[in-house]
Design a protein around this ligand. Sequence first.
Ligand code: SAH
Length: 254
Amino acid sequence: MADTPLENLRIVLVEPSHPGNIGAAARAMKVMGLHHLVLVNPLRFPAAEAVAMASGAEDLLDRAEVCADLDAALRGCRRVYGTSARSRHVSWPNLGARAAATSLCTDLQAGPCALLFGRERTGLSNAELDRCQVLVTIPTADRYSSLNLGQAVQVLAYELFMAAGAEPFPAGESATPMAAAEEREGFYRHLQGILQACGFLQAPRETQMMRRLRRLFDRATPSANEIHILRGILTELERWAGKGKVDRKNQDSL
Ligand code: SAH
C-alpha cells in the first residue's frame, strides 16, 4: 500500500517532441511530490535539454519509464485520466482541473492510476482518449486554451498536491514559532525605555505613541527570533548612546 495516494500516480507524456518539456514536467512534478514519470515513445530522450530544464529533478528523469506504446504505459492502471485543451465532439465525462484532482485522489486510493498528457502540436488522439475514463481540462480564458505541456503538468500537479491534503505553507515557514506575549512585552518595555531616554516619548502623548508602535510591530507578527534581533539592536543602541542614560527600570533582561 502506498504511503500517500499520490505514490500510485503515473504522469504519462505521450510522444513529447521537445526534451525541454520533459525536463520541465519532471521539475513540475517533483515540487509537488509526484515521482513516477512515464514517457511513451519520446522523440528524443535522454537529452541534455531535458536535464537543463529539470533543474534539480534529474532523479525523476533517471527513473522515468520509457514505453514503446500506450498499452505498456497503462498496464495495471485502474483509472486513466486524459488532459485536453479542447472540448471534443465525442463526449467523455469532462472535469475541470480542480474537480479532476479531487476525483483522481479518491481513485488513487484503490490502486495505480494514470494522468495522460498529449503531444505539443496535436495533443492526444481520439483513440488515445478512448483509453481514458475522464477528460480533464484546465480552465482558461476563452480565446486561447492551450498551455505549454510542462505548464499543464504543473497546474495539475499543484491541484493534486492540494487535493491530497497538503499544508498550505511549507513546513519550515509554518513551524517558525511566533513570539510569546511575554517576549513581545519585554521588547515593548525595552523600546519604551530607550524612547523615553532619548526624549522621543513625552507626556501626554506617550501612551498613545506606544500604542501605535505596538500596532506597527504586532502587524508584522514577529517570531521569537525576530524579537531577539530587535532587542539586540536596542541593546547596541543603548551601548552606543553611553550606559546610564537609559532608565533601565522599564526593562527586563535580554
Ligand atoms: N494543440 C493541442 C495542444 C497541445 S498542448 C491540442 O489542441 O490539443 C500539449 C498538452 O498539454 C495537451 O495535450 C494537454 O495534455 C496539455 N494541455 C495544454 N493545455 C491544456 C488545458 N487547457 N487543459 C488540459 N490540458 C492541457
